[in-house]
Design a protein around this ligand. Structure first.
Ligand code: ADP
Ligand code: MG
Length: 538
């Protein structure tokens, strides 16, 4: 079935067509800000001393085909996933049982947990949390059955590319429909573009609209609103703070959100690199609401009160490279601003939590516990997206964890990926590298990893990408679909279930990488931004 869709896709181009398509993409991307700041590997520092240059983000030339039923399913699950992770972050006791083991062997997780405990001792002031989530999936193809949706991971911190992914969908739509849907100049006729008769395939001919920017900014705006008026006396103007990495290259993705936030919600936001938190923010510990104050260095006479701290940084241990980094995280966590995410929500997004959630009766049914008001059918639909995952801890030394057996045997390891509790790409160990890797580290450290069965995406998928160095490559590809969602909730003392105030789904990210690359991050340089063209087969 899938075979047929990819048989002639992307459609072959004459050299004149290819020249036009590539030039159009290069121009459209810069015209619309589908761009990144170049890395020094692409543009050496001496040719860009004043850092004025921006360059086309890595993009595919065509949208990737995706079964409509799987896309619809991913969308339909998002609000339940949002609620699930809100409930997990709200349940400190449960998280503690998961984190207890990791803390012994993972310094980063230990420091995050310690930060939570320090703030807890001071007393949390803010009981509202914002989640800006992205649930990532791949299509899984098993013999003789149609492709199904499997979750790669659920992101609770710094879920990126909402801004640029909207632009890719817009660009592919332009390419597929300009000057008319019947006769686009950039793409040759093809059933997926709905301009070439083939009654066995149904498609609208271009990517579905991508609402990631409006969804994500509506989440930020809901949190800003929920914070209420300034708590300072005299009252101060309020703002949202985007906490960013020093030297961020993916800045246009972030600016798309701040621009929309101001234009459509009238909310000002400021970008603050993590290294400057201690210099430009302040929170009076004695004040009953501990408002977080921000003084823009360029206009020190105007102070703002921060309603929401939106983390586009501080998810990786390498970002905590000076003594003040953890103090900065603590200061923000302890303040009265709403955090997106709180430390507990950050921890809820760990791979270990994802693995533990796969447990089902006769083991603990965590899904039912966290989502008591959802039908069994709804929970089964969620569960159907879980790939098998295993713990590598043997709490009982007499019974070797099943995960350890699978990971150490080269035959079974070949169908698995080993994941540490890290974000941002480039951290996993794949297939037959797993057994020698585990043997190279002390057995006591194995429990910081989880083992996940490999998802097998359609073999036949192809696409063409314009890489960040300008090279154009056509290859066998693997695509990963992310669905965005936001959730705002309140935690009441003694109540396990969060009080959900805002819960939405909207917008998507498609990333496509060459098949021979295991990792999938765009920022990490592994994949290209893509969009999708939905199809149904008759
Ligand atoms: P990170 O937090 O670093 O993004 P991920 O869990 O998303 O970690 O893994 C990184 C990449 O590894 C994914 O984008 C995907 O390409 C690949 N990957 C992860 N899990 C699987 C899996 N079960 N099967 C196939 N590929 C996977
Ligand atoms: Mg990922």
């Amino acid at each position: 079935m899938a075979n047929k869709i990819y048989a002639n896709y992307p459609p072959p181009l004459s050299s004149e067509q290819e020249t036009l398509l590539i030039q159009t993409v290069k121009d459209w991307t810069i015209e619309h800000g589908l761009a990144v700041r170049p890395s020094t590997a692409i543009v050496p520092e001496e040719t860009n001393r004043e850092k004025v240059l921006a360059t086309t983000a890595p993009v595919t030339l065509f949208p990737s085909p995706f079964p409509k039923s799987c896309f619809d399913q991913a969308r339909s699950l998002q609000q339940t996933y949002n609620e699930l992770y809100a409930a997990i972050a709200n349940d400190e006791d449960w998280l503690e049982t998961i984190m207890k083991e990791l803390i012994q062997v993972d310094d980063f997780i230990a420091k995050l947990w310690e930060t939570h405990l320090r703030v807890k001792q001071d007393g949390y002031i803010q009981n509202i949390t914002l989640g800006m989530f992205r649930s990532d999936y791949m299509l899984h193809t098993a013999k003789d059955s149609p492709p199904s949706l499997k979750q790669v991971e659920f992101n609770t911190i710094s879920s990126s590319f909402g801004g640029l992914s909207c632009l890719v969908a817009e660009m592919h739509t332009h390419l597929a429909t300009y000057p008319s849907p019947q006769h686009p100049v950039a793409y040759p006729p093809h059933p997926l573009f709905n301009n070439h008769e083939d009654p066995s395939v149904q498609s609208i001919g271009h990517p579905p609209p991508n609402t990631a920017v409006s969804t994500l900014t509506a989440g930020l705006a809901a949190a800003h609103q929920a914070y209420g008026p300034s708590k300072s006396s005299p009252q101060l103007p309020t703002c949202i703070l985007f906490l960013v990495q020093d030297g961020e290259r993916n800045i246009f993705d972030q600016l798309a959100l701040s621009r929309h936030l101001h234009k459509h919600h009238g909310i000002p936001s400021f970008r603050l690199p993590t290294s400057k938190v201690m210099s430009y923010t302040h929170s009076d510990f004695e004040h009953p609401s501990r408002p977080l104050l921000y003084t823009p260095p360029s206009s020190p006479s105007t102070k703002y009160e921060v309603t929401v701290v939106y983390f586009r940084a501080l998810y990786a241990p390498t970002e905590y490279d000076n003594a003040q980094s953890w103090e900065a995280r603590y200061l923000l966590e302890r303040s009265g601003a709403i955090k997106c995410p709180s430390v507990l929500l950050h921890l809820a997004g760990s791979k270990k939590v994802q693995q533990v959630l796969t447990s089902r009766p006769p083991g603990p049914n965590h899904l039912k516990t966290f989502l008591p008001n959802h039908s069994d059918a709804a929970l089964e639909s969620l569960r159907s997206t879980f790939a098998p995952q295993y713990s590598l801890s043997s709490t009982d030394p007499a019974v070797k964890a099943e995960g350890i057996k699978l990971a150490l045997d080269p035959t079974t390891a070949a169908n698995h990926v080993l994941k540490p509790q890290r974000e941002g790409g480039g951290n996993n160990i794949y297939r037959t590298n797993i057994p020698p890797f585990l043997k190279s580290i002390p057995e006591s450290e194995w429990k910081q990893y989880i083992l996940m069965e490999l998802i097998h995406p359609p073999e036949e998928a192809h696409n063409t990408a314009l890489r960040r160095d300008g090279a154009v490559y056509t290859s066998d590809v693997i695509s990963e679909l992310g669905i965005f969602g936001t959730c705002l909730w309140k935690n009441s003392p003694g109540v396990k279930q969060p009080e959900v105030m805002h819960n939405t789904e909207g917008g998507y990210l498609m990333r496509t990488k060459a098949k021979d690359s295991d990792e999938g991050g765009v920022a990490a340089g592994f994949s290209s931004l893509d969009s999708l063209i939905l199809y149904e087969e008759a």
